[in-house]
Design a binder for this molecule. Structure first.
Ligand SMILES: [Zn+2]
Length: 98
């Protein structure tokens, strides 16, 4: 019934927290930069290992060290990730209509 319409050819990515699959463009990408800090890669163009997360407060708040550690396969220092900052940035920078 009806045709399946795909918007563009977005590759799918999996949220590291809830494991749900979505188009890459619908997820937030976090990358580990050269200074060992995790930050939001708004345009998803940055090189390096990235972790994708749903733009949902639940997933962002649950993206704690354990998930980051798994995503980046290394231990990160306490200040590598600031959930509050990342969430504020994510919510303000994206029009996901939360
Ligand atoms: Zn999720």
């Amino acid at each position: 019934m009806g045709r399946k319409r795909k918007r563009g050819r977005q590759p799918q990515r999996t949220c590291v927290v809830c494991r749900s699959k979505r188009d890459k463009g619908e997820l937030l990408r976090f990358v580990l930069d050269g200074t060992e800090r995790v930050y939001l890669d708004k345009r998803q163009h940055h090189r390096g290992r990235g972790a994708y997360v749903c733009p949902r407060p639940e997933c962002l708040t649950r993206l704690k060290q354990i998930h980051l550690k798994r995503a980046f396969r290394r231990a990160l220092s306490e200040d590598a990730w600031n959930p509050g900052n990342a969430m504020a940035e994510a919510l303000e920078g994206c029009n996901f209509g939360l």
